[in-house]
Design a protein around this ligand. Structure first.
Ligand code: DAS
Length: 353
């Protein structure tokens, strides 16, 4: 009888200790949007043939019990889509939810699970519009959880470890993939068939190893609390189109985008953001009609478009995207337009963010 009472007391004490420990853990919310990290394939051999956006967030969390030692975690299913289908409305809805959670005292960090195709665009957008110094970490995977050597579980574990870590505060929105921590500003999907898929032209910020973060650099461009783009003031994103520069280029794509209502055009230029001479007249004509022209570079591995190099940007009243790739330039141009920026103001913005 005495033994039973002793055991019961010990169990109660253990339960209390666990509850106290859980109370002391950082509180992390996982916002799930879909993608491969929520994907499922027919067999374990299907690492590239699968359906994205199938597994619900609670099942993702349940599949990694080790997360419970890092943080007190809860999940919300914001969307369940492949990220190539993200629209600006999805970005705004997700941004509002992240910003609202970041204001809550019972939230210490936020993880966003996301498809890898447009992960870089969402991470950059959140980096610009969520006014918080709490860690916000975007994460995806290159293989579905059903595949041999799936990368999603460790990526999600690492993302929670980062979001739960005070040292990740104030570094802007982060992306965690393949053990590396990137800034949402310049991370990009550089490879589409390997787990080492994400790169930054300027290098990772750090690593996550066995649930611990190791930092080697921090972002210097404006972001989050130091950004002029607060999500609460953004009702809609003005449409911005992207058109590719290439050999034998014509101006049809630019004219078509403008005719469909694009308020700015991002030129994904060859080399240093160069514009074919047969395309320049159309861009000057569209600029004269009030469409902003932003020169970016299509080069993989990172571009760097210098103002007035290759094109007389001052004379044409064009903007250069600096080191931002075309898909990121689209995000920043839309935010700048949402604040009514003219070309001069937009150029300032491209150099500061
Ligand atoms: N279609 C891709 C996406 O949802 C799958 C992935 O890689 O996450 O972005």
């Amino acid at each position: 009888m005495k033994l039973a009472r002793t055991l019961a007391a010990a169990m109660a004490g253990l339960a209390l200790a666990c509850a106290v420990h859980a109370q002391s853990l950082p509180k992390v919310v996982i916002l799930a949007t879909g993608g491969t990290i929520a994907g499922a394939g027919a067999t374990a051999a299907n690492s590239a043939t699968y359906q994205a956006a199938k597994v619900p967030v609670d099942k993702l969390i349940a599949g990694i019990p080790e997360i419970g030692k890092l943080a007190a975690v809860r999940g919300e299913q914001v969307f369940q889509i492949a990220s190539e289908s993200f629209t600006d409305e999805h970005l705004l809805q997700l941004g509002r939810r992240v910003a609202a959670l970041a204001k809550q005292d019972d939230v210490d960090g936020i993880v966003v699970t996301h498809g890898t195709d447009t992960l870089e665009e969402t991470a950059f957008f959140l980096n610009l519009v969520v006014p918080t110094d709490k860690p916000v970490v975007v994460v995806g995977s290159m293989r579905p959880g059903t595949a041999l050597s799936a990368d999603g579980a460790l990526n999600l574990y690492n993302a929670v470890a980062t979001a739960a870590d005070k040292s990740a505060r104030g570094k802007g929105v982060l992306a965690v993939m393949n053990d590396e921590i990137f800034t949402g500003r310049d991370v990009t999907k550089a490879v589409n068939i390997r787990t080492e898929a994400f790169k930054s032209p300027w290098g990772a910020l750090g690593m996550v190893v066995e649930g611990r973060t190791y930092w080697f650099r921090a972002p210097v461009k404006r972001h989050t609390l130091n950004s002029e783009f607060g999500i609460d003031a953004i009702k809609a994103l003005p449409p911005v189109g992207i058109a590719y520069g290439h050999g034998n280029a014509g101006d049809a794509a630019y004219r078509a985008l403008a005719a469909q209502g694009a308020k700015a055009l991002v030129h994904a230029g060859t080399g240093n953001g160069s514009v074919a001479r047969q395309v320049v007249p159309a861009l000057r004509e569209l600029r004269a009609q009030g469409v902003q022209i932003v020169r970016s570079a299509r080069v993989a591995g990172g571009g760097f478009v210098l103002r007035n190099a290759e094109q007389p940007d001052d004379e044409y009243d064009w903007v250069v995207a600096h080191d931002l790739n075309p898909q990121k330039a689209r995000i920043l141009a839309a935010l700048a337009l949402a604040r009514g920026a003219d070309a001069r103001e937009m150029q300032r913005i491209f150099l500061e963010y």
